[in-house]
Design a protein. Structure first.
Length: 449
RNA sequence: GCCGGGAUAGGGUAGUGGUUAUCCUGAGGGGCUGUGGAUCCCUCGAGCUGGGUUCGAAUCCCGGUCCCGGCCCCA
């Protein structure tokens, strides 16, 4: 009887591992081009780190355990908390902004289904200490570029929590979490009924979350004006006719002068900068990401072809440093669901197969020495199964090798080696140095192809 | 935590109470001890697991494990 894998875990065979490595590399290149530096944190942390961030309710989905010293530990369920913990304890006094990225496995005790595993990989970044709209635009544009680098096109939805939170503040505290949850769950009927019940239909929440794109932003501006105490008169409504696109931005900017907590103009700036970055996105106030520590712009990216788990990226601006005992520092970050991305990557495959060194059994020692020399410059494998020359060639051919270097008594006597091109069958007698030169060139060309 | 569908050699499969479990592919060896993916020969390799029914179970029944899809959740 064989031992099975634990539920929700996967083995990655060479082909799949190689593909994952290429995708990771492509996205890593983008991060590095944008000046982000890789960091790594422990696979397990104190359980408390995650309960502080996400509440006690997450414990049931965390792999947690008590170690031999009685410490409550947890396999990390995500990477933002560990990275921010690291920032607070070791990087607070380094220059801002800090641009950090990470890639690592995370663990959650959940029911596995398509695109959801108990061990999964997240790739993401945190831009710590920057100004909000600038950082937000950079983070979203970066996520967009990373996805494009592996041929994935996502639907980017950008929302703004400041507005929803302000609207919620008009609602009695006991109903706020219900409203938030209904927005998140897209429970329109229940939400309409609840707002009606508590006499808050006039706030425009329903209308707001139904609108997408520029019209949503126009509606937001309109709501902001309506909420104003209007100390200088009743001019606002005339200035902001509903549905007039051009008025949206100016209205939003007017909002700044009169509302200090809302800052819709900051969101407007994020939107403007995103356009400057050349990102295609949809304004969508339905994106709320339900979590307390998110403070400004939030965004999610969805992709087709993934079944029920369509979200491949989520992020936003948050305030976590102070939660972990540091100075208040606004950060923006996102996490990409690497496994889901792997299901839909569009990258051309290219595997570099090593050169095969085939030899007759009588010259094994000399062949080994030649292999040792050639390996200084090229990837090379040598038979370890005691096979005949014929069988070695057979193995090389079925493995798909492009070149085979043949060594036997004749070659050693002549001081030359035979190099066989497996695609055509042409053979040449060359010196070791010549072969080294040619193969080196072959692999260089291959890498650049 | 809930609902539904599954599990037969390394991979893909047939068989649905009754000899030695089908076929394809694969892997190892050989024909060919100095030259290939063809071909031929040989070999290896399987009914998830634990119970039950039965003279007899891969097949029927029950529990568990794992997989797939969906719900819930999703930091």
């Amino acid at each position: 009887m064989t031992i099975q894998r634990p539920r929700g875990t996967r083995d990655f065979l060479p082909e799949e591992t190689e593909k994952r490595g290429r995708a990771k590399k492509a996205m890593q290149d983008v991060l590095e081009r944008w000046g982000y530096q890789e960091v790594a944190t422990p696979t397990f942390e104190h359980l408390e780190l995650f309960t502080i961030k996400s509440g006690a309710s997450v414990v049931e989905e965390i792999y947690s355990f008590t170690d031999k010293g009685g410490r409550a530990l947890a396999l990390r369920p995500e990477l933002t908390a560990p990275v921010m913990r690291m920032y607070v304890s070791e990087l607070q006094n380094s220059p801002k902004p800090q641009r950090l990225w990470y890639f690592g496995n995370c663990f959650r005790y959940e029911r596995p289904q398509r695109g959801r595993f108990r061990e999964f990989w997240q790739m993401g970044c945190e831009l710590i200490g920057g100004a909000k709209p600038d950082s937000e635009a950079e983070a979203i544009a970066l996520a967009d570029k990373m996805l494009k680098s592996v041929g994935v096109t996502g639907d980017i939805h950008v929302g703004y929590l400041g507005l929803i939170r302000t609207l919620l503040s008009k609602i009695e505290a006991e109903h706020r979490s219900s409203v938030m949850r209904m927005i998140d769950k897209k429970e329109r009927g229940a939400l309409a009924a609840l707002l009606e019940d508590i006499g808050q239909s006039h706030l425009g929440i329903l209308e707001l979350i139904d609108l997408k794109g520029q019209s949503a932003l126009d509606k937001a501006a309109e709501i902001v004006l309506d909420m104003e105490p209007s100390p200088v008169g009743e001019t606002a409504p005339a200035d902001a006719p509903a549905g007039a696109p051009a008025s949206g931005r100016s209205s939003a900017r007017q909002g700044r002068a009169v509302s200090s907590e809302l800052r819709l103009e900051e969101f407007q700036e994020t939107v403007d900068l995103l356009e400057a970055h050349g990102v295609n996105f949809t304004i969508d106030f339905e994106v709320v990401r339900g979590l307390e520590y998110y403070s400004g712009t939030v965004f999610e990216i969805y992709a087709e072809g993934l079944g029920a788990q369509r979200q491949i990226c989520g992020g936003g601006t948050y305030e976590l440093a102070s939660l972990f005992g540091g100075k208040e520092t606004s950060s923006t970050g996102f996490g990409l669901g690497f496994d889901r991305i792997m299901e839909i990557v569009q990258m051309e495959g290219s595997r570099t197969l090593p050169v095969f060194l085939a030899f007759t059994p009588d010259v094994k020692v000399q062949a080994t020495k030649i292999a040792r020399e050639l390996r200084k410059s090229v990837p090379l494998v040598i038979d370890v199964m005691g096979r005949s020359l014929s069988a070695q060639l057979k193995a090389a051919a079925s493995a798909g090798a492009k070149f085979v270097v043949i060594v036997g008594k004749d070659e050693l006597d002549a001081g030359m080696l035979t190099m066989r091109d497996m695609s055509g069958g042409a053979q040449e007698s060359l010196s070791l140095a010549e072969i080294e030169e040619r193969l080196k060139k072959h692999f260089q060309d291959y890498d650049h192809a």
